[in-house]
Ligand binder design. Structure first.
Ligand code: PHE
Length: 489
């Protein structure tokens, strides 16, 4: 018997946990600010309903219908297509190796926060880059392993290992804590944020709409790629998670609850982020545009600095980094669970615990590269190529596989049979035409950008290294596509 989630509630919680991650806090608010403020909600919501929710329904359907992880699910559609699953899992493994490192930074900062005299008080930027990362001048200089980060990374991998070692059983318990806790902490930070001077100005900058921005194709594509990333699509995660559902679980309801909760949290996180950014601008007498930031720069420089300006700063620093850690950890272990699921199906004689141990230790060892002085550069390159290319390619392949090979109408009928809310014909059109087209345009656009010059001005060898994370999944896909012919039904 296949293992099962304890309840549908636990499944939805785990899916929300995977979706809600760093991207909700350090990516969404910044994108909204950069691409039209409140007006960004138009492309964002459109991308959510036209691309995100339909693809989430599709992934839930694949896992639940075939009762299998990503590789076997595609194999059951057509044995030549199993490479899509391999590619998804490969991309996910690449991501979790560095995602855990970001968790390790958060853990280190959490540790530093238990000090009424916050250590980054004098200069948050210098502290992050020079004292924590000990960053090298460029990617060519690897420098040394940073043992503090290495130790933090080990702790993070232990946490991940204990979360996934019993599959749905352990994940189901952990998410009861790691999904609501960061939301509660976010609410606490929100209450702190909006009572700070300058916060309102920050929120106004976050949400004041600039409708002209919508004339720019880039804004629409940014919305599609954010939706894709934030819903954890294209990694085989949602397929693996749904494969532990009963065959008659309500797919549509689960997909709507997961995706709407995720977007609500993104929107809410924006209030927290921008109220604090507004405060910081107010305190330092700078325009908000000069303070605003995203990614690691937001979480490990701007936010810490703003926190250090507040009364009782260390308490809020503890809350913030605990929030980051608990926010990200369930995204990290969802990636591991996607891999564990396919490995467990291939290696039935091994327990999940053994598989988890091998996977977690391998990922930990591979992650050591990111704890060197050039770690941030490597992280940036891999993140860029995996999320902009590998992931979108998988999404494209899987929508074609389901909509064109399996048959979208056939899938829709089966989805509706188990769902209370029925999806109309629109789902067929979007999975057959709109999603593949949107993802193709996104890919072409990203590719053209690549031709404009090396991403981040990294040297050629680093860019080539980045591209290998895209080529490997393509080669795996092509391999199975060609050899699979003989064994096809
Ligand atoms: N959904 C996560 C976020 O928004 C990102 C993520 C995707 C994490 C896939 C893990 C796997 O942060």
């Amino acid at each position: 018997m296949r293992e099962r989630w304890k309840s549908n509630f636990v499944f939805v919680l785990a899916a929300i946990g995977s979706a809600v991650g760093l991207g909700n806090v350090w990516r969404f608010p910044y994108l909204a600010f950069k691409y039209g403020g409140g007006a960004f909600l138009i492309p964002y919501l459109l991308a959510l309903f036209v691309v995100g929710i339909p693809l989430l329904i599709l992934e839930f359907f694949l896992g639940q219908k075939f009762q299998a992880g990503a590789i076997n699910a595609f194999k059951k559609i057509d044995s030549r297509l199993q490479g899509i699953g391999f590619a998804a899992i490969f991309a996910g493994f690449m991501v979790v190796i560095y995602y855990a490192v970001v968790m390790a930074w958060s853990l280190a900062y959490l540790f530093f926060s238990f000090n009424p005299n916050l250590p980054w008080k004098e200069n948050a930027k210098n502290f992050f880059f020079n004292e924590v990362l000990k960053i090298s001048p460029n990617i060519n200089v690897l420098g040394e392993i940073n043992y503090l980060l290495l130790a933090a990374l080990l702790v993070v991998w232990l946490l991940i290992f204990f979360s996934v070692r019993k599959g749905t059983k352990s994940v189901g318990k952990v998410v009861l804590l790691t999904v609501p806790l960061p939301v509660i902490l976010l609410v606490a930070l929100f209450l702190r944020g909006i009572t700070l001077p300058g916060s309102l100005e920050g929120i106004i900058v976050y949400l004041s709409p600039n409708f002209l921005a919508l004339l720019d194709l880039e804004v629409w594509l940014a919305a599609v790629s954010q939706i894709f990333f934030t819903l954890s699509l294209g990694f085989g995660i949602m397929i693996a998670y749904a494969s532990y559902n009963k065959e008659d679980s309500d797919i549509n309801k689960n997909a709507f609850v997961t995706s709407l909760s995720n977007s609500a949290i993104s929107l809410f996180a924006g209030f927290v982020v921008f109220s604090v950014i507004g405060y910081m601008a107010f305190q330092s007498n700078l325009p908000i545009e000069k303070v605003v930031s995203s990614g690691p720069g937001l979480a490990f420089v701007v936010f810490p600095e703003a926190l250090s300006l507040m009364p009782f700063s260390w308490i809020f620093a503890v809350l913030f980094f605990l929030m980051l850690l608990t926010l990200g950890i369930d995204s990290a272990f969802s990636l591991v669970e996607a891999l564990n699921t396919v490995l467990h199906e291939k290696l039935k004689h091994l327990t999940k615990q053994k598989i988890s141990f091998v996977v977690c230790s391998t990922a930990f060892v591979l992650g050591i590269i990111y704890t060197t002085s050039a770690g941030l550069y490597f992280l940036d390159v891999v993140d860029h190529f995996v999320t902009n290319f590998a992931l979108v390619l998988v999404g494209l392949a899987q929508s074609i596989a389901v909509a064109w090979v399996y048959g979208a109408e056939n899938a829709r009928k089966q989805i509706n049979k188990v769902s209370n809310i029925k999806i109309g014909k629109w789902w067929v059109y979007t999975t057959k035409y709109v999603i593949p087209l949107a993802l193709l345009i996104l890919l072409a656009f990203q590719f053209l950008k690549e031709l404009n010059g090396n991403y981040g001005s990294y040297p050629d060898w680093a860019i080539l290294f980045g591209w290998t994370t895209v080529f490997i999944p393509i080669i795996i896909f092509a391999y199975y596509f060609l050899i699979g012919k003989k064994s096809a039904k």
